[in-house]
Design a protein around this ligand. Structure first.
Ligand SMILES: N[C@@H](CCC(=O)N[C@@H](CS)C(=O)NCC(=O)O)C(=O)O
Length: 202
């Protein structure tokens, strides 16, 4: 049985969302998002930085949400939710898949940490300001890209949408999503209409 170490509103939602889309069963170890839980000696054995998610699948144990998604698609995807390898569509899929974490979620992560989750003495307003500026640029790129498209690759939903959506959802939840990004707002509505999305974010 696949086991996901999960916390509410964390990137583990990506893993759950994909498993729900694929119809693969799993169990959750839900952790309260507190430093003492994530930095406990037991949890550090699972993730050396004390972050979520971590996934266990039989003898396999890995962290990094994007790597987990790639593993799950390889093992259970049967060609679903990703274009075929070595095609031009695959190249764009890889681009947006990784953009979702490396160019988007990372900045909302900095904003969230320095606005909410770090102990107050460690929060820095200049980090929030810098990360917010990068986040807005990264969101504006998605806004332009989505012009006339239902999903980030075009007409078909893919795992790249799961990666890209996380940063957008967190920006919306924390009041960091500008209202004038109408393509992004419509995209979010389309994603939210998927039953697997609702189960992942429940
Ligand atoms: N790149 C990693 C990032 C993991 C990450 O930052 N997780 C956040 C929750 S979404 C976390 O555990 N934060 C706790 C902390 O910063 O102490 C991934 O995609 O899995």
């Amino acid at each position: 049985m696949i086991r996901i170490h999960h916390a509410r509103r964390a990137r583990s939602a990506r893993v759950i969302w994909l498993l729900e889309e694929l119809g693969v069963s799993y169990e959750l170890d839900t952790i309260e998002f507190k430093r003492e839980n994530l930095r406990s000696p037991e949890y550090i054995k699972l993730h050396p930085l004390g972050l979520v998610p971590v996934m266990e699948d039989g003898p396999v144990r890995i962290f990094e949400s994007g790597a987990i998604l790639e593993w799950l698609l390889e093992k259970y995807g049967e060609g679903r939710l990703a274009p075929k390898p070595a095609t031009p569509e695959r190249a764009l899929y890889l681009q947006w898949f990784h953009y979702g974490e490396a160019s988007l979620a990372r900045y909302i992560g900095d904003v969230v940490r320095h606005r909410f989750t770090l102990p107050e003495a460690e929060r820095k307003a200049d980090v929030v300001e810098g990360a917010r500026a990068r986040l807005l640029e990264a969101l504006a790129v998605v806004e332009r890209e989505l012009g006339g498209r239902a999903f980030i690759l075009g007409g078909d939903f893919s795992a790249a949408d799961i990666m890209v959506a996380y940063g957008i959802v967190m920006a919306r939840i924390t009041g960091e999503l500008p209202k004038n990004l109408t393509n992004v707002a419509a995209y979010l509505d389309r994603l939210k209409a998927r039953p697997a999305y609702a189960r992942a974010w429940a």
